[in-house]
Design a protein around this ligand. Structure first.
Ligand SMILES: *[C@@H]1O[C@H](CO)[C@@H](O)[C@H](O)[C@H]1NC(C)=O
Ligand SMILES: *[C@@H]1O[C@H](CO)[C@@H](O)[C@H](O)[C@H]1NC(C)=O
Ligand SMILES: *[C@@H]1O[C@H](CO)[C@@H](O)[C@H](O)[C@H]1NC(C)=O
Length: 483
């Protein structure tokens, strides 16, 4: 056993003191929920505010590992972006997502879409509706950018929920550099690609994934595509997913999102939101979405978060720079749960998928389980599931409740960096070169551990967030995903 692994084990035994706070700060405002019923509005506690110090987030809790850093980002001078959408009987809005994507990108020639379009025979489908919009906008061409759109059209009656659709979606990824996943009813704003890549770059981590529940459209997107969110108008405050509960099927479910007030940098998080995920495409290629969890809605996001994390990826809520896409929260026209199939078959398929979840997290279960291709969709080797549970506060131990992660989190160095080192030739977690490159961890300034302690309390915003918080909190109870 190598040293690092021993150190990683030791770090489970000792509670370490957090690194000293320094650098820019922003406030996370969150409400604690009734553990019996997280949606109980009567119980919801007054908002609790905690200060976050994003420049400290790449310092390991364990002082003996505090000199280690995630691999720096590698951004080629030109790059392509892939956007993956899985639509369920939602062709018109899917088309508008694609249309605003091309029209408002700073480099539409470098943009590609991959669409899993699940439709019934008479439904509008995404590509045809897109071509109508494109012909109006760019009449000199039959359907501009059509060659940049790959469609996997499927019979909606064969839909089995988001994980199956997203496993098809991953097959549409080409050799693009960046991959974005959105729900198929999202709206882009002008130069969204520049904002996203800049925010991602700020993270300072090749393994970084920006993810959150997007803000509702409200009137943030102007008719000309400009983004009120990027100016002095709302939204000043951005969603941050940091609380979990058990869903209807007993599996882990995110509780809405809380809010970071005026975020100045992307903020490390433990949880993942399916409606917005932006990373290098190696994440989509290395961490496959497990298709053997049919009908699963609650539980899907936990599986993605924990698989990405154990494969060495780190999740971050975007800052305002990356607040460039909005979500249309108006009810989806149809939902996969109502696909007509034999009820016994549905019940069995669902049970086998849910038990697969229980099996891989070592949770006891009864009944049939799908064990097909467990290795193909296994945990990563960079970090363990145990480490993820500790990091996220999620627990599968009997009679214990999840702790929330609405606080400053600290990067967890890989217990086995070999898979990341193989992915990134020339980079080595323990090499002097990697250590020489270490900065504060994110590219905000030149602060280091000691010189700027106390600079933290720069920003005290007086903000009225009641209404915004309310709309944030209810969003996960809305049908926010459509696959
Ligand atoms: C899907 O199922 C619906 C309802 O059972 C049926 O009306 C429709 O024809 C089916 N569509 C296809 C393409 O098979
Ligand atoms: C949002 O979705 C609703 C319901 O499908 C639709 O009527 C509306 O046009 C959509 N808004 C935008 C801006 O796409
Ligand atoms: C994670 O492990 C550390 C060290 O044992 C402990 O102090 C901490 O409470 C654990 N966190 C959670 C959420 O279990």
């Amino acid at each position: 056993m190598r040293w690092p692994r021993i150190l990683a084990l030791v770090s489970f035994v000792h509670a370490f003191e957090a690194p000293p706070a320094f650098g820019v700060t922003h406030t996370l405002s969150f409400a604690s929920h009734n553990p019996e019923d997280p949606y109980d509005k009567e119980w919801k506690q007054p908002n609790t505010d905690v200060a976050l110090y994003p420049e400290t987030q790449h310092l390991a809790l364990d002082p003996s590992m505090r000199h280690l850093r995630p691999p720096p980002p590698r951004i080629p001078s030109t790059y392509d972006i892939f956007v993956g959408l899985s639509a369920f009987r939602d062709g018109v809005r899917c088309a508008y997502t694609v249309f605003t994507g091309f029209k408002r990108s700073s480099a539409p020639d470098h943009l590609y879409f991959g669409i899993v379009d699940q439709v019934n025979e008479d439904d509008a489908n995404c590509i045809d509706e897109y071509c109508i919009l494109a012909k109006e906008e760019w009449p000199e061409e039959e359907c501009k950018y059509k060659s940049h759109i790959k469609t996997d059209k499927r019979n909606a009656n064969d839909s089995r929920g988001p994980t199956l659709a997203r496993s098809y979606q991953q097959l549409l990824v080409g050799n693009q550099e960046f991959c974005l996943q959105l729900d198929a009813h999202s709206v882009f704003t002008n130069d969204w690609d520049l904002g996203l890549v800049e925010d991602w770059k700020t993270v300072g981590n090749e393994m970084g994934v920006l993810t959150t529940y997007l803000h509702n459209l409200h009137d943030f997107v102007q008719p000309d595509g400009s983004n009120k969110g990027a100016s002095y108008d709302t939204p000043q405050h951005l969603p941050h997913i940091c609380q979990t509960m058990r869903g209807g099927n007993g599996l882990v479910r995110n509780i809405g999102a809380d809010l970071i007030l005026g975020p100045k940098a992307p903020q490390l998080t433990a949880l993942w939101g399916a409606g917005f995920s932006f990373s290098k495409c190696h994440a989509e290629k290395r961490v496959l979405t497990d298709s053997h969890t049919l009908w699963m809605f609650d539980g899907e996001e936990f599986l993605r978060a924990s698989h990405l994390w154990t494969h060495g990826y780190d999740l971050y809520s975007p800052s305002r720079t990356g607040c460039v896409v909005y979500h249309n929260y108006t009810s989806v026209p149809a939902r996969f749960e109502y696909v007509q199939v034999d009820e016994n078959k549905r019940k069995e398929e669902r049970e086998m998928g849910e038990n697969r979840f229980r099996l891989i997290v070592n949770w006891p279960f009864k009944g049939p389980v799908d064990t097909f291709e467990l290795d193909k969709y296994g945990w990563g080797t960079a970090r363990s599931l145990q480490q993820y549970l500790n990091f996220s506060g999620i627990t599968f131990e009997p009679n214990k409740r999840d702790e929330h992660s609405c606080k400053q989190l600290y990067w967890v160095p890989y217990s086995d960096p070999s898979s990341i080192e193989a992915l990134l030739p020339g980079w080595n977690l323990y090499s002097e070169h990697a250590q020489a490159l270490r900065g504060p961890g994110i590219a905000l300034g030149t602060a280091d551990d000691t010189s700027s302690v106390g600079m933290g309390i720069l920003f005290v915003g007086v903000v009225v967030v009641g209404i915004l918080l309310y709309t944030q909190r209810i969003k996960r109870s809305l049908p926010a995903k459509d696959t």
